[in-house]
Structures are given as C-alpha cells and as structure tokens.
Design a protein. Structure first.
Length: 117
C-alpha cells in the first residue's frame, strides 16, 4: 500500500491511500480525504479502492489487517493536521499490510518539511 500526505493549495493537507508500488502510478487507484479523519472514514477510504478485494483475501490468500491500515490512516491524518504549516509531504511506500491481527510495516518513507515554517 501507499499512505501519504499531499498539500493542496486550496484545502491544505490531504491524506492519500492506495495500492502501492507501481500500481499507484499505473492504475491510479487512490482515495483522498482532508483531515481530520476518524476510523470510520479511514475504513471507507480503503473500501472505495478498486484493489480493496486484495486486502479482504483473494484467491485463497488470507485477509489483511485492514484495521491496522485504518489506524495508520487516522494517525497520519492527525500528524497532517497537527503539522499543517510545516509538513509539505509524507510518502510511505510501501506500507506492507500483514495478515489480519499482525499490523502494518512501513518499509520506506519520505518526509518533506517546510524549512521556513
């Protein structure tokens, strides 16, 4: 998965969630919300992804820890809201979503801060 924050000139920080790796670029399968974000809204973001079936378990694969992914989105949104003046961008890609009950692992990330804020 990819989880991140982008900064919209009109709305400010926005949280992004999508199927990560090359799929985010090729399929453009992403959901976007403006913080603050609660768990219900985070789950809705995940559900609206075309690739969400992969997280529920497809072709005999176990279901992924969607709850942990939702919790990550809520926390990233809180960070975006708290650091709205300093945080220009955050990109966690890939965020590996483990089997249900096992959490998530951030493999790579990039944070961009405004040096003048």
């Amino acid at each position: 998965m990819i989880v991140g924050i982008t900064r919209d000139p009109l709305f400010g920080p926005a949280v992004v969630c999508g199927i990560g790796g090359v799929f985010v670029e090729v399929l453009r399968d992403v959901a976007l919300r403006v913080p603050p974000l609660d768990r219900t809204e985070a789950l809705a973001m995940i559900a609206e992804l075309r690739g969400s079936a992969l997280l529920r378990g497809a072709r005999g694969r176990p279901a992924a820890d969607v709850g942990a992914l939702a919790d990550t989105l809520v926390r990233v949104a809180a960070l975006a809201d708290a650091q709205r003046e300093r945080l220009l961008a955050l990109d966690i890609n890939p965020l590996v979503v483990l089997e249900e009950g096992r959490g998530v692992v951030a493999v790579d990330w990039l944070i961009e801060l405004d040096p003048e804020a």
